[in-house]
Design a protein around this ligand. Structure first.
Ligand code: IFG
Length: 524
């Protein structure tokens, strides 16, 4: 036991043995944190010594960059509850020891989201070329601190960070998740929690699946019955719900403050029973001029009447109202599983709706079936199931988002015993979710055609936040790593060690994660 004590501790071994041990344990934990980061950074070089948060620690930010002051307050707000320290933000004036400096740098090699973090025993310097990089460097700082930093109530210290340097930036520009709020509705508080979790893993995209057969979830002022009636139920017959445009704007702002872009999806021409039940004129007669609300989980049975001009006026109104409250560049038109739309009519609909979306200043994203139509130059195909479609899209010069059902559909059960989820695409254990590479996913399609990856959670069987967390964790950190970290050297055997240690952070964040038997969880 004594052999592990530093000379200082040897000198005063008796009275402060415990402190020395905990000091050594704290130092050992800080050093291990440096090599346990998820997503793994591009370069991490451990140094000598430790930076310790104390009551005299301050955050300094260049006062000429408003975003930096806001990011300083964001960091301070993250640290205060568990440390009980004020950690004030002050203008950077070159003075004062023991500070965490946030600075922009002209080093454009860091790109839009990269950062350079230097930790020494008396100062931490976090530099980035753009504010997003500072935000992502802050996420790394969180993981370099003891996991208890994430607790919302006061914790004992010490609050050590191991010295060293980290230079980091993402492999893919678009990294995120899709949440289906149509099959089951999730309120603003759940969406904010989900956004916080995505941001922690340096994800920058949340795709909201806002409409489907079972529900319409976003207020459209010109077509009020879409939510009054079409939003009034959900799978299983529960009361459903919807976002007013004010609530949608609140979600968009909360996401933007965390450098997350919201992609709104209105799925069409299929997956439209909620809209068709709300406005029968959108149907082709006489098949079912007035469909009832639907609370089952079948797919592919509904379609807009794509030969009816009224449908295009409807689409225009919907796109216009949502685009007006969506600062992000994308509008997702869905386009999947239109099994009862005649093929030629589907193609004409997709061609026409792309033009409507572009007219309202947004880039089209669609599930990969839209590649059977004529894609506009900046349209994006989201690959989920039929690998001929990404090839079609690439042949048309389009970019891809990867959401392979067999690897990234988080509604797939882990195995046959999983209480929640489906398994039509197969079972996806934690290692299956990690052991794939976008570069080799679709033959003849290289990463130069890919914007990035989005891991969807469809919610036919998902009722609440606990269910969401159980299916999303611990697979999401792996998707975050596939989207952020260099592919070379990636191995499940190495990653699973980091993931095992990461149980402490997930516990501290009260994440209800699935304890896969394929990982040795360190918190037990
Ligand atoms: N496929 C459907 C989803 C959902 C999913 C459940 C896509 C693009 C099966 N379409 O995935 O609506 O039902 O795993």
């Amino acid at each position: 036991m004594f052999k592990r004590l530093t000379p200082f501790c040897m000198l005063f071994a008796l009275p402060i043995l415990h402190a020395c041990q905990s000091g050594n344990a704290a130092e050992e934990a800080a050093r291990q944190a440096f090599t346990s980061l998820i997503p793994r950074p591009v370069e991490a070089s451990p140094g000598e010594g430790f930076f310790t948060l104390t009551d005299s620690t301050v955050i300094s930010a260049d006062k000429n960059v408003p975003q930096l002051e806001r990011l300083g307050s964001y960091l301070s707000g993250l640290l205060q509850p568990s440390t009980g320290m004020a950690i004030p933000v002050k203008a950077e004036d070159g003075s004062g020891r023991h500070r965490i400096r946030l600075m922009l740098t002209s080093d454009s090699a860091l790109g839009q989201e990269g950062y350079f973090l230097q930790i020494a025993d008396s100062m931490i310097t976090l530099q980035a070329h753009q504010p997003a990089g500072i935000f992502y460097g802050i996420q790394t700082l969180r993981q370099l601190l003891p996991p208890s930093i994430e607790k919302k109530e006061r914790q004992p210290g010490p609050w050590l960070l191991a010295a060293g340097t980290i230079r980091d930036q993402p492999a893919f520009a678009l990294r995120g998740s899709m949440l289906d709020v149509a099959r089951h509705f999730f309120g603003v508080a759940d969406i904010k929690r989900y956004i916080d979790l995505l941001a922690y893993y340096k994800m920058n995209t949340l795709h909201l699946h806002l409409s489907d057969d079972q529900g319409w979830r976003i207020e459209i002022k010109k077509w009020p019955r879409l939510t009054e009636y079409g939003g009034s139920t959900q799978v299983g017959g529960g009361k459903g719900g919807f976002y007013t445009q004010e609530q949608y704007k609140e979600i968009v702002q909360y996401a933007a403050d965390r450098f997350i872009t919201i992609i709104p999806e209105i799925d069409m021409p299929g997956h439209t029973n909620a809209a068709l039940a709300s406005y029968p004129e959108l149907n082709c007669n006489p098949k079912d001029p007035n469909p009832k609300l639907y609370t089952g989980i079948e797919v592919g049975f509904s379609t807009f009447c794509t030969t009816n001009e009224k449908v295009y006026g409807f689409v225009e109104d919907v796109v216009q109202e949502i685009a007006a409250i969506t600062p992000g560049p994308y509008f997702h038109m869905g386009g999947d599983e239109s099994h009862v739309t005649p093929k030629e009519e589907y193609i004409q609909f997709v061609n026409r709706v792309q033009g409507i979306i572009n007219k309202h200043g947004k880039q089209v994203i669609g599930w990969d079936e839209i590649a059977t139509a004529t894609l506009l130059p900046n349209s994006i195909a989201q690959y989920w199931s039929d690998s001929t479609n990404p090839k079609r899209a690439v042949q048309q010069g389009a970019k891809l988002i990867l959401s392979p059902a067999k690897r990234a559909y988080m509604d797939m059960q882990y195995d046959s015993t999983t209480r929640l989820g489906l398994h039509w695409a197969g079972y996806i254990e934690v290692d299956d979710a990690y052991n794939w590479d976008p570069a080799t996913l679709v033959d003849s399609v290289g990463t130069e055609h890919m914007l990035g990856i989005v891991a969807p959670l469809w919610t036919e069987t998902i009722l609440n936040m606990e269910d969401i967390e159980y299916m999303v964790f611990p697979r999401l950190p792996g998707y975050a790593e596939i989207g952020w970290s260099p592919a070379n050297g990636r191995s499940w055997d190495e990653y699973k060690q980091r993931l095992g240690r990461h149980a402490r952070q997930m516990q501290a964040m009260d994440i209800n994660f699935y304890r896969s038997a394929r990982v040795a969880w360190a918190d037990k």
